[in-house]
Ligand binder design. Sequence first.
Ligand SMILES: [Zn+2]
Length: 111
Amino acid sequence: MRLAPRRSEHVACAGGADVPAAGEMGFVPAAGRWAVDEVTNHSSGYCPDLDSWRAVGRALDRAGVEHPGRFTYEVVFRLCHECGERSMVREQDFVCVFCGNALPRTRNAGP
Ligand SMILES: [Zn+2]
């Protein structure tokens, strides 16, 4: 698991390594240690799918860090076939925010 300050570039943080999951985490002190209280798959560089949680949970378990057991904020990414932009789907509205084209229901966005 690699960590970098918020607003840094996830691709730079990865340093060329394979990336099974990417996103943002928030930590809180808990009983003299750090615990994760917020975790998301929000990475527009990698556009990880929701099933990337398995890799996040395994990494946190290996590190012995308490966590919520799921993403606390889930982001669905889709690539628009019309304009080529990556969109975040909000409230199950599969429409490109850039051109208004319908977005596919199945995952098609990645690094
Ligand atoms: Zn579009």
